[in-house]
Design a protein around this ligand. Sequence first.
Ligand code: BGC
Length: 337
Amino acid sequence: MRNYQIFIFVSSLLLLCGCDLEPQKSLKKIKIGLSIPTQREERWVRDLEQLRKEAAALGVEMLVQISDNDAARQLAQCENLLAQNITVLIVAPHDAAAASAIVEKAALQGVKVISYDRLILNADVDLYVSFDNVKVGEIQGRYITRMVPKGNYVVLSGAPTDNNAALFRQGAMNILQPLADRGDIRIVMDQPVKDWQPIEAMKLMENALTANNGNIQAVLAPNDGTAGGAIQALALYKLAGRVPVTGQDAEAAAAKRIMDGTQTMTVFKDTRQLAAAAFGAAMSFAAGGRAPVNTTVPNGKKDVPSLLLEPVAIDRNNIGKILVQGGYLPREEVYGR
Ligand code: BGC
């Protein structure tokens, strides 16, 4: 058991036995609000599924809102959750900066806010639960530069509204920049992808291929969705499978592409762990306790107490062991049939 799992286990026990309220009654009184940005990506479908499991296992009511990549909608939905007397609010912001208004509203009601996966900027966030996102970028950068130590690179990054996108890029550039400075690699395109949309990634990749007459040797794609878009563009140039492409999220479609050889790797962030950690923290807050942290991350307003989990590089060599045997993806989704 990892430290945070032990903590969650213990704090759940405390919650069940240690409160002055009768145990069943105290759990019934807790209402968790959850606001997530999208269900259009498999990654976020898994998060929601897992958080629902956590809530169901404890018989705790969880009110869910999906903002569909719209910051104004997310604020309105969170106001709606706050109006329903939630005890703790878990928010994965669509727009890191705009979401500070959500934290202000919650504070007025004394509701603690957990920033889930993505950090809310310039706000008095109570806890940030995520992965080491700079490391995610470093894993991608290290993997692809080992495969392609010289050549023309396309560097795509995530949505500018998402603080994670900046962290992933920072990590990737920690590895790529020295090679670019030495002239070993040439970054022929360096562009953000609006709202992380695969179709935008595809268009950017097509532009890069056209502008360079197909002379591209590597693609740093920040996640599996954008990798899928970039690979579609590469396929138009008959280059799918011949140009290494990174990814992130261990989505089923990406796992298939890795086995087909069109995507090189992905970064696995176990959403089961993330959801368990966030929900455990919410329960602790609800009981008046504290949540486990292992670092702090500055968000422009404060050093936010944070729990950052470990990302893992996946390629065709360890996909079976980690994703299939680890119970994350069914065998047939990875290998077909
Ligand atoms: C998440 C990634 C995800 C991306 C697009 C990021 O904030 O950390 O896992 O691929 O958003 O949804």
